[in-house]
Structure formats: C-alpha cells, structure tokens
Design a protein around this ligand. Structure first.
Ligand code: NAD
Length: 276
C-alpha cells in the first residue's frame, strides 16, 4: 500500500477470489483503496482477503452467489457500513458455460445473461441510493468527486464466438447497461465504463484440459475450463502474440478508476493485445 492514487476511496470488486478479480482487488488496495472482495467461492475468497491483509491492505469480504436474490444489495449495504462510503464498483464476477445453440437450454442461456448483466444491474441499482446521496451532499458542500463503475465485458460480447450465445448475449448486454448508466448518472459524477477483455490467462482458458475447473453455482456444477481447447490457435490470432496476464487485465480496470479518467464515461476499453 504505497502508491496511493486511490487513497480514501472505497471499492467493491466481484469475482475477487481468483483470476482477474483477485488481481484487481490487489491493485486497487495497493493504490490505497479500501476494498470489499465478493465471490461465491468462500475458501479462496477468504484466502485472497487474508493475503491482502498481510500486505497491509484494508480489505474485507462478502461471500455469496450474485445470481441469488438479495446478495447484491447485501454486498452494497455491507460495503457502505464497513468502510463508510462507496466510490468504485468493479462488476467482474462471471463464468462460461459453452454450448451450441441447438443444445442450449433456457436455464443455460438465462444463467449467463443473469450473472453477466443481471448481477451488475442489481448491484448498481443497490448502489444508486448511496451514489445519489453522496453526490448531492458533495454538491451542497462544493467538494465534487467522481465515482467509478467498471463493468467487465469481453470481445465475445462485441464480436461473438461459436458456442457462446449465452455468454455473448450477457457480455453485449452489459455494454448497453454501461452506456445507459453513463447517461443516467453523469449528473452524479459517476463514470460508468466497460473493459472488454480478449484472452487473459486464467482458469477459463487454461490449456491443460485435465485441470478443467468446476464451478458450483445455483445448485449446478459447470465446467468453466473448456475455452482452452483452442489455446494455441487463439494466441496466434493475437497481434501481440500472447494471452494477457491478470495483472495486465487489472491495469486496464485501474486506468478507468483513476482521476485521469474523470472525463471518460460510457466507453468500452478493449484490453486484448490487439484482438477484437
Ligand atoms: N479470462 C479471459 O480470457 C476473459 C476474457 C474476457 C472476459 N473475461 C471476464 O472476466 C471476468 C473474470 O474472469 P476470470 O478469467 O478471472 O475467471 P475466474 O474463473 O478466474 O474468476 C471468476 C470469479 O468469479 C466468481 N463467480 C462466478 N460466478 C459467480 C457468481 N454467480 N457469484 C459470485 N461470484 C461468482 C468465481 O467464483 C471466480 O472466483 C469474467 O466476467 C469473465 O467473463 C475473462
């Protein structure tokens, strides 16, 4: 906790137990923000939180399935109570559940639309009250601050990909949510942007199929490791020639949270090494 470009800010990062979310929580915490880490996977969530605490970060965590009722509003309430404010929300939690459309059930479609746009919608709806109240109070006192929302999309949401009707629909919809709230919340000085990742090296695309990770969500078990089947072919398509690291992904999110981005809103930043 040394650089301090986010000193005094309060952040929520979802999907923070591992991968891009854990790297983002660490990055924001090292810039001085108090961070609430959220995830459904309790053991790695506790571990990620404990590791950051050992570094001296001010962090806490809230476990829960963000597709279940009331989990989003509980997360926002708890963050405001724990840290006394709310400045940054990173809607990152997500997973893949690939299937050809002729085999995709309603459940399979709806589950991914829900986690990629439904959960961000519920989180941001819950944040509307503190965001509006804080902004009004600051307007009255003349002490104006910008708040930041970064929603995580994917180049699959912008360009599509086979076997991804559910994922692409959710990741495209979150762009619409982003652009709408940028317009709705400009008056409260809340900047709402998206980061669309290309291929970032996490368990979602680990080429070692034997390691196929399973996600327990809403009473189902989903293999979230199947994107790695085309790992080599995919890397060859990336202009920079390699997958991105989680630190590089977190850096893309951080950029949109800094004061330097106070006049940037409603945008989609593609962090993909040139892949689009
Ligand atoms: N890795 C990539 O190449 C890539 C590319 C584009 C977009 N993304 C997006 O980036 C985000 C992070 O992905 P990652 O690669 O770090 O994956 P990951 O599996 O390493 O981490 C995702 C985390 O989200 C959590 N999560 C999933 N569903 C949840 C739910 N219903 N409630 C609460 N927590 C939940 C998981 O438990 C996990 O810890 C996702 O939204 C993903 O779609 C990733």
């Amino acid at each position: 906790v040394s650089e301090g470009r986010l000193n005094g800010k309060v952040a929520v990062v979802t999907g923070a137990a591992r991968g891009i979310g854990a790297a983002t929580a660490g990055r924001l915490a090292r810039e001085g923000a108090c961070v609430m880490l959220a995830d459904l996977d309790e053991a790695p969530l506790q571990q990620a939180t404990a590791e950051l605490r050992r570094e001296g970060a001010v962090v806490d965590c809230e476990a829960g399935n963000l597709s279940a009722p009331d989990v989003a509003s509980r997360l926002i309430d708890r963050t405001v109570r724990a840290f006394g404010g709310l400045d940054i929300i990173v809607n990152n939690a997500g997973y893949i559940w690939p299937q050809a459309i002729h085999r995709m059930s309603d459940d399979q479609f709806e589950a991914l639309v829900d986690i990629h746009v439904g959960a961000p919608f519920r989180i941001l709806r819950a944040a509307a009250t503190p965001f509006r109240e804080l902004a009004k109070r600051e307007s009255a006192s003349g002490r104006l601050t910008h708040r930041k929302v970064v929603n995580v999309s994917s180049i699959i949401g912008l360009s599509g990909a086979p076997m991804s009707a559910n994922y692409a629909a959710g990741k495209a919809a979150v762009v619409g949510l982003t652009k709408t709230l940028a317009k709705e919340w400009g008056r409260y000085r809340v900047n709402v942007n998206c980061v669309a990742f290309g291929m970032i090296a996490t368990r979602l695309n680990d080429p070692d199929v034997a390691k196929s990770p399973l996600l327990e969500v809403g009473g189902r078990t989903v293999n979230v490791g199947t994107m790695g089947a085309n790992y080599e072919d995919m890397q060859a398509l990336i202009p920079l020639g390699r997958a991105g690291t989680v630190e590089e992904a977190a850096a893309g999110i951080l950029m949109l949270c800094l004061p330097e981005a106070d006049y940037v809103t409603g945008q989609v930043l593609v962090v993909g090494g040139g892949l689009e």
